[in-house]
Design a protein around this ligand. Structure first.
Ligand code: HPA
Length: 244
């Protein structure tokens, strides 16, 4: 339950919860406003497992810690991973508050989550030609159309942060082929794919960079835009879970 999905927690029924601190070897969240617990229950007619609070590389966790929860999910048998995040839009068709379905990503983190001895969940050199499931993307478009919700599509660039980008960095990432940039998601998606888990992701465009006049970005602004987009995000994700 990354940015924009907090509201969905209240729709989980038959739930039971484990604070991260009670789970052996599980990292514990540090960012303000990101409570840390694993929630098990039902949503959209499906058995689900939700992470309330995720681990970002910029907090100082290494990539093994950032992706540890995905390994736990795999061991517990999840089939599909639904991810969300906040990002800075660099595509001039985007506006603040837009939802961008992640069609693909660029891994621009300085450390790779699969660095080191290969885990037996997948091959040494995993294929990434369809990191984000095409069928799930098509389903999202259908659901959004039915609900009159606009969905944008694009490439998400994952960077380490914690600085937001300089105007020159936004322009560079745009030139490299990304539509949005953010500080999460890519490591978890890589590990999920290595485990054979299907992935669907949505990014909330919370600020814009790289075109027009440079504008200041703040965490508060990002949260405000995310809150505004939350009801649309909730609708799409709930129905996606129902379909999956
Ligand atoms: N850059 C990086 N991460 C972000 C941004 C951004 O502009 N907005 C929200 N998360």
């Amino acid at each position: 339950m990354g940015t924009g999905l907090g509201q969905l927690v209240s729709e989980i029924t038959d739930s039971y919860t484990f604070p991260y601190g009670e789970i052996p070897n599980f990292p514990v969240s540090t960012v303000e406003g990101h409570a840390g617990k694993l929630i098990f229950g039902k949503l959209g007619g499906k058995d689900i497992m939700a992470m309330k609070g995720r681990f970002h590389f910029y907090e100082g966790y290494d990539m093994k810690e950032v992706t540890f929860p995905v390994r736990v999910m795999y061991e517990l048998g999840i089939e599909t991973l639904f991810v969300s995040n906040a990002s800075g839009g660099m595509n001039s068709d985007f506006k603040i508050g837009d939802l961008m379905v992640i069609n693909d990503h660029i891994n621009f983190f300085p450390e790779h989550p699969l660095h080191g001895k290969n885990f037996p969940t997948g091959p040494r050199f995993p294929d990434m030609h369809e990191a984000y499931d095409r069928k799930l993307i098509a389903k999202a478009d259908e659901i959004a159309k039915g609900k009159g919700i606009q969905l944008m599509h694009g490439v998400y660039m994952g960077v380490q942060g914690p600085t937001f980008e300089t105007p020159a960095e936004y322009r560079m990432y745009r030139l490299m082929g990304a539509d949005a940039v953010g500080m999460s998601t890519v490591p978890e998606v890589i590990v999920a794919r290595h485990c054979g888990i299907k992935v669907f992701g949505i990014s909330i465009i919370t600020d814009l960079g790289g075109f027009d006049a440079p504008v200041e970005v703040s965490h508060e602004e990002v949260q405000k835009a995310a809150n505004e987009a939350q009801p649309r995000m909730t609708e799409i994700m709930r129905e996606m879970i129902r379909y999956s």
